[in-house]
Design a protein around this ligand. Structure first.
Ligand code: PLP
Length: 719
């Protein structure tokens, strides 16, 4: 969600007054940052849900978000000697003034490991102009016996304390893996509590209106499964209906018409497959229903004369494929950008598409312009208003009216706004990271979770190529440039942590070199989160969106940066394709192989040959094992987690993946060329560059999550 205080004041139309009143009392509005922390998800997936809640309430779509109320959110990241360290994120230690505990609506969740009470905490979602309030309902697990405490003798007290811990431990920590399945019993418990409590809640509300006639349930309730994490909601609803006397076939029909599924990733390591034994240890009744669903599926395939294949099955051996279960047992499956939805049909779910072509849809992601423009960039809002008036807060397509207004004077004013946002960011970075950036520099930004497929590694290679180029006089005309990173790595993702360390060491080397002083700076901010995003994104000139084509389902960071007038330095991947379509290819810096080109290349890709042939690549890659930087300690030489192993993984691969699995060396030459061009244009031709930036702002209307939510409402939910 990020911080709520500023957003809620903004949506209530009170932010400017509040700031003024605080200032009159001699207080900096930033003091509120010390008493409210960001709450509290992982990355793009959770932030998308937050944007959807904001859009739904503002667009008057009746939507409730369901989730878990983790005691500790995603870890707090700091760097010690350039290495990531993690500390618990006790986000509510100063209290949680937004939540209302609804003890009277608690439900019991029964598990083989012990029953727990799920107590809902409701957070308000404030609609813009405050015409409406929506709800984010987060479940907290508690012991069923807490109320009996005073009656207990010593021995029972100890038992009760153990019971309390067992219940509360379920929501103690958010799993920190972004696009990586966990496969642990605690994770199953978390998922089961979420879906069981939420389905019981929906059924109870429905029964208050209709008693025990469930035939209208799919007419009144639509449930959107945000990735596979809540897919157990399908068998859970069937189970709960079964307890109420509804037969399996009828219950399956109700569930299928109620649920729809959004796929968020094509990466195999993220597609959840649960071991039946593990599920049996937590929720055996759900396994029984999954087997019934699998039986129904096999009967249907037989009737259709279709085979059951690994790519078209629900239970394979001892594992359930949650994504395939979701495609089968829902009425709609959607991807989150045009390209991604096409890949689902052509590749990931091709065998399912063959049988159920009508189920597959696209809903290109979006972002709420309230937080990602109105709140974080009031300076740009004022400039926009001065030319086309307001109204874009609830109708982002209005920004199109800027296009005929783009002239030298608007470009100059835009540059002044951008400069102001760079000054603000530079002050924050100096305060928090001790690195001094000049607002006269070009700001090149890559902010997102750290993952191999996002290729922060390729960005690091380019920093070295640019640094050596500057020192050796090959880049005499390159304007001063600051490279800004923000990213958390999952604590167990050793390679991702080695990339953070490498970039931090590069930053130390570059920032302390008098030869490049004033020409190049590198900074990796600690603890990247929504609040950082709100400060970094408005100050960016260049938005790095550099995943190999076909790997980033959509991206939403790309949209936030576009809306704030950064140009995209990116591949034809995810929503970058649509961003380029909207703004015009001449206003972005697109490089690299397309999906088709990468698919054609795959079989005989030879990164070693590129390494041998390209001295710039060799020089940069060799810094990983030639003593330029101190090697990471605590690992065996060459083991995963070391710098040396980063190089090995590119040139030799590893047992579980091919060399340079994400085509870093393949795309590097075109990346570096496009990057140098973008930096040169931004620094040396600021007015022509501002024109591109303004074309991005003016063309970003499509990427409002208001549009996305309206499409879900109309085309999937029938609301
Ligand atoms: C938008 C956002 C993301 C998602 O960024 P991508 O570039 O789309 O991966 C991740 N983290 C935070 C804090 C964000 O605000």
């Amino acid at each position: 969600m990020g911080r709520l205080i500023y957003n809620n004041l903004y949506c209530m139309g009170l932010l400017e007054d509040a700031k003024r009143l605080l200032a009159e009392k001699g207080a900096d509005p930033a003091i509120l940052e010390d008493i409210e922390d960001d709450a509290f998800g992982n990355g793009g997936l959770g932030r998308l849900a937050a944007c959807f809640l904001d859009s739904a309430v503002t667009c008057n779509v009746p939507l409730t978000g369901y989730g878990l109320r983790f005691k500790y959110g995603l870890f707090k990241q700091t760097f010690v000697g350039g290495r990531q360290t993690e500390e618990p994120d006790d986000w509510s230690r100063w209290g949680d003034p937004w939540s209302i505990r609804r003890a009277e609506e608690a439900v019991v969740v029964r598990m083989k490991t012990g029953d727990v009470l799920a107590v809902p905490y409701d957070m308000p979602v404030v609609g813009y102009g405050m015409k409406n309030i929506g709800t984010l309902r987060l479940w907290q697990t508690e012991s069923l016996h807490e109320v009996d405490f005073p009656l207990f003798n010593d021995q029972k007290y100890a038992q009760a304390a153990a019971d309390k811990n067992r219940a509360e431990d379920i929501v103690k920590f958010l799993y920190p893996n972004d696009t990586m399945r966990a496969g642990k019993q605690l994770r199953v418990k978390q998922q089961y509590v979420l879906v069981s409590a939420s389905m019981q809640d929906l059924l109870r509300k429905y029964e208050q209106r209709h008693g025990s006639d469930y035939s209208l349930f799919p007419e009144e309730v639509a449930a959107q499964l945000n990735d596979t994490h809540p897919v157990m909601a399908i068998p859970e609803l069937i189970r709960l209906l079964g307890l109420r006397g509804v037969d399996f076939e009828t219950a399956f029909g109700i569930a299928q018409r109620t649920f729809a599924y959004t796929n968020h990733t094509v990466m195999q390591e993220a597609l959840e497959k649960w071991d039946l034994g593990l599920l049996n240890s937590v929720c055996p009744d759900i396994v029984v229903i999954m087997k019934q669903i699998d039986r129904r599926f096999r009967d249907e395939m037989k009737a259709l004369g279709k085979e059951v294949l690994p790519d078209r099955c629900i239970i394979e051996g001892r594992r359930v494929h949650m994504a395939q279960l979701a495609v089968y047992a829902t009425h709609a499956t959607n991807g989150v950008a045009e390209l991604h939805s096409q890949i689902l049909k052509d590749d990931v779910f091709a065998k399912w598409y063959e049988i159920y072509p009508d189920r597959f849809q696209n809903k290109t992601n979006g972002i709420t312009q309230r937080r990602w423009l109105g709140l974080c960039n009031p300076e740009l809002c004022r400039l926009i208003e001065s030319r086309i008036g307001g109204g874009f807060e609830t109708d982002l397509e209005r920004l199109k009216r800027l296009i005929p207004e783009i002239d030298d004077s608007l470009c100059r004013d835009f540059i002044a706004v951008k400069r102001m946002k760079k000054e603000q960011l530079a002050a924050e970075i100096e305060k928090r990271e001790g690195v001094v950036l000049s607002p006269d520099m070009v700001f090149d930004v890559q902010v997102k979770r750290l993952h191999e497929y996002k290729r922060q590694f390729m960005n690091a290679l380019s920093l070295l190529a640019i640094y050596f180029g500057l020192k050796e006089g090959r880049l005499k005309d390159l304007p001063p440039v600051a490279f800004i990173f923000g990213a958390k790595a999952a604590p167990g993702y050793r390679r991702a942590k080695a990339v953070i360390y490498w970039i931090n060491k590069i930053a130390e080397m570059v920032n302390s070199d008098p030869e490049t002083a004033g020409r190049m700076k590198v900074v990796f901010v600690q603890n990247y989160n929504c609040s950082w995003a709100e400060k970094i994104i408005p100050a960016a000139d260049i938005s790095e969106q550099i995943s190999p084509a076909g790997t980033e389902a959509s991206g939403t960071g790309n949209m936030k940066l576009m809306l704030n007038g950064a140009v995209t330095l990116g591949t034809f991947d995810g929503a970058n394709v649509e961003i380029t379509e909207e703004a015009g290819r001449e206003n972005e810096y697109i490089f690299g192989a397309t999906v088709e080109e990468l698919n054609a290349l795959k079989a005989d890709y030879d990164p070693k040959a590129i390494y041998e042939a390209n001295p710039a690549i060799r020089r940069a890659l060799d810094t990983l094992d030639d003593g330029t930087f101190p090697e990471l300690e605590g690992f065996a030489p060459g083991a995963e987690g070391t710098l040396a192993e980063l190089k090995t993984s590119i040139l030799e691969g590893a047992s579980w993946h091919t060399p340079d699995h994400y085509f870093v060396l393949q795309d590097f030459p075109s990346y570096l060329k496009a990057k140098l061009q973008a930096i040169t244009d931004a620094g040396n031709h600021p007015e022509a560059f501002a024109r591109k930036c303004l074309m991005n702002v003016a063309s970003s209307g499509k990427f409002s999550s208001d549009r996305t939510i309206r499409q879900y409402a109309k085309e999937i939910w029938n609301v």
